[in-house]
Design a protein around this ligand. Sequence first.
Ligand code: ATP
Length: 236
Amino acid sequence: MSPPMSAMIQLTNAEKTFVMHLQGGVRLPVVRGVSFHVDAGECVVLAGPSGAGKSSILKMIFGNYRCDAGRIAILHRGATIDLATAEPRQVLELRRDTIGYVSQFLRAVPRVAAIDVVAEPLVAGSVGKDEARGRAGELLKRLNIAERLWSLPPATFSGGEQQRVNIARGFIAHVPILLLDEPTASLDAANREVVMRLIAEKKRDGVALIAIVHDDEVRARIADRLIDVASFAAAA
Ligand SMILES: Nc1ncnc2c1ncn2[C@@H]1O[C@H](COP(=O)(O)OP(=O)(O)OP(=O)(O)O)[C@@H](O)[C@H]1O
């Protein structure tokens, strides 16, 4: 294990190249030299044009995409784990205890009621089912999901409703690091406001956040720092 560090996340010269095995091994370099850190209680927004590699960086930090070079150091239970070299078992441990990822779209589980979709991370963390449902209901209410929808599976919900269920699920438990991919993309102004407040509360709780946000107003409100991903462009 490395010595303790203060940043929750520290990327140092991280690099991603896709290799297209079905296209004769064509190499597609996306980013290199990715270096930035995120402290507890701060929100860093990844900026840059479409295709610059914002989602790829987020997915490397969640361990979905392999980091091809460099280092992605994550503070996990007081010790540092480098995601670039972590064992699959450590990646799963990080996801269970340390890193939450709120994707842009809800992967709805068929037949599971919205309230249980939201409560699930608490139940998995051994909160009792009634208390977990109670807290899920409070969050769904804040996010303006009508109570008549709570017992229905979210598969048939509108895009914005699904996104709010997804946000509720991602925000309900306390995790030290939250990765947000376009959390307000399908939302109206009132619900954008709710999400901005939820993010502010996470910051006050000391959570380190990395977000991809295109909306200028949201970005200005939540970002403590902007990272220009275009500056990490890898030459082909
Ligand atoms: N799994 C993959 N396999 C091959 N190429 C990929 C893969 N994921 C992303 N890419 C490529 O990497 C580049 C960066 O994509 P990425 O989604 O990270 O960009 P982005 O900045 O998030 O874009 P946007 O703002 O449009 O979502 C793109 O050229 C994309 O085609």
